[in-house]
Design a protein around this ligand. Structure first.
Ligand code: HEM
Length: 438
């Protein structure tokens, strides 16, 4: 494993003006994972910061050139900042330097900027995109777990798991992968009949190998760059990949619900009900992620979470977006840290974001919804409600097991906060006051 001095030498050589080698991602990541992001050397951080500044300057210069020649088919320099925002390298350095910059939070801890792209507008494409990213994340996790039993396990490698624990994790990961694999992978990779008979029996190693074998180079880079643990314990990899898998799912759920609102508005309630139903199905398929995460050893979690203070999924914009697209949260919830932790989502809600429930009720009030469509919507919303209640209950039990009476890293009291949100509903009964009316 490269020590800080070697990494410094390599980076200085890379940064010499005029050289155009690829950035040494593997070296930086290998070192980061061997010491933990919280423990990166101050000189290394300063050098990475300098590199980020010069990369940003180069990208601005290229952008100015492009603006001077607006008509030209300007050759896009691979990885350079374009109209899509900062380059991958800059986003990568922002994640590495989050603690150094005093900007560390949940999105930067989970490196979401390196993994998630806006969901495609087409709903089938959006699901496909979620499935592909989820499969990559979990395949990578299975590979990482399996390597823990070799002579050269990947970092972070302290507190390696037993062979039994490795096998259990692979089985649980496969339970989440199978439905996505059946949709997204060529037929035959997963045996549909066997899954229908007994789910969770597809051999994890070969499935993971097949998924990773076909990953494009930029996917492989994003996958590798998005594991930046704060410490050196094996189980933090599992924690990061589980959070990222849920985030990928929330991105899909948010985009599908936004489409469901538009379909309602266009008087296409059956399509809207189908979308809400798909959201319920995909969340249900994701629930075993909690069983997978429950295999994390509490003593490992309690050790590395000392260094994750300030990063909590209460800052998950994906989760709050999907929640607030179902119905407008109550005023009390909007004023609480549930929403003050996600200011951009809060702003959209306060600015009157349309919701499934609000649009649905407006159709009823305008006599634009027939009873059969109303029933289809009701059935889909009830399914989503009940899966979400299971999600919250499982999350609550996991938190009790992992942190007991300790406070949350998102500055709440911890478990009491999670107990209180169990009563909330995605589609509250109509007599309850909504936030922006009444
Ligand atoms: C070791 C496992 C976990 C523990 C101990 C845990 C603990 C907590 C705690 C204590 C909170 C309250 C906010 C705070 O102070 O941090 C919270 C909120 C939250 N957690 Fe987790 N969590 C775990 C895993 C997960 C996972 C895997 C996800 C999936 C992304 C997740 C999603 C959320 C969300 C969305 C909230 C905000 C809920 C709301 O505001 O209603 N958590 N968690």
């Amino acid at each position: 494993m490269a020590v800080a001095a070697d990494v410094l030498d390599e980076l200085r050589a890379w940064a010499v003006p005029g050289r155009s080698a690829d950035f040494p991602y593997a070296l930086v990541l290998g070192h980061l994972r061997s010491v933990g992001k919280h423990f990166l050397d101050a000189e290394l951080l300063r050098l990475l910061d300098e590199i980020r500044r010069s990369v940003a300057e180069r990208e601005r210069e290229r952008e100015r050139e492009r603006e001077r020649e607006p008509e030209s088919e300007s050759e896009s320099v691979s990885g350079a900042e374009g109209r899509d925002g900062p380059s991958f390298l800059r986003r990568f350095l922002d994640v590495v330097l989050d603690k150094h910059d005093d900007r560390y939070d949940y999105p930067s801890y989970t490196a979401l900027s390196l993994l998630t792209r806006p969901a495609p507008a087409d709903r089938h494409e959006a699901l496909r995109s979620r499935d592909e990213v989820l499969l990559l994340l979990l395949a990578d996790l299975v590979r990482f777990e399996e390597r823990a039993s070799t002579d050269t396990p990947d970092a972070p490698h302290d507190m390696p798991p037993s062979p039994e624990l490795i096998a259990k994790r692979a089985r649980l990961a496969v339970r989440v992968m199978e439905p996505a694999a059946l949709r997204a992978l060529p037929s035959g990779v997963v045996d549909a009949a066997a899954v229908a008979a007994v789910p969770g029996r597809t051999p994890g190693g070969p499935l993971a190998a097949e998924i990773l074998r076909t990953a494009a180079p930029e996917q492989a880079l994003a996958l590798s760059a998005s594991v930046q643990p704060v410490y050196v314990l094996h189980d933090e990899y599992l924690f990061l990949r589980t959070l990222q898998s849920f985030e990928t799912t929330f991105t899909f759920m948010s985009s599908a619900l936004a489409t469901a609102v538009r379909r309602l508005d266009d008087d296409r309630p059956q399509e809207s009900a189908e979308l809400v139903g798909t959201v319920a199905d995909v969340l249900k398929e994701s629930l075993p992620l909690f069983s997978l995460l429950a295999t994390m050893r509490p003593e490992a979690f309690q050790t590395f979470r000392t260094f994750t203070e300030g990063a909590s999924a209460i800052q998950s914009a994906g989760y709050k977006t999907f929640e607030s697209l179902c119905s407008t949260p109550s005023l009390a919830r909007l004023a609480s840290s549930a929403y003050t932790s996600v200011p951009l989502v809060r702003e959209r809600v306060v600015n009157g974001q349309a919701t499934v429930q609000g649009t649905w009720h407006a159709l009823i009030a305008a006599h634009r919804l027939d009873p059969a469509d109303d029933a289809a919507l009701r059935a889909a919303a009830d399914r989503l409600e009940s899966v979400h209640q299971r999600w919250k209950q499982t999350h609550y039990r996991l938190a009790v097991r992992m942190i007991g009476e300790r406070s949350g890293t998102g500055y709440t009291q911890g478990v009491p906060y999670l107990a209180a949100v169990l009563d909330n509903r995605l589609f509250p009964a109509p007599d309850r006051h909504s936030a922006l009316v009444g």
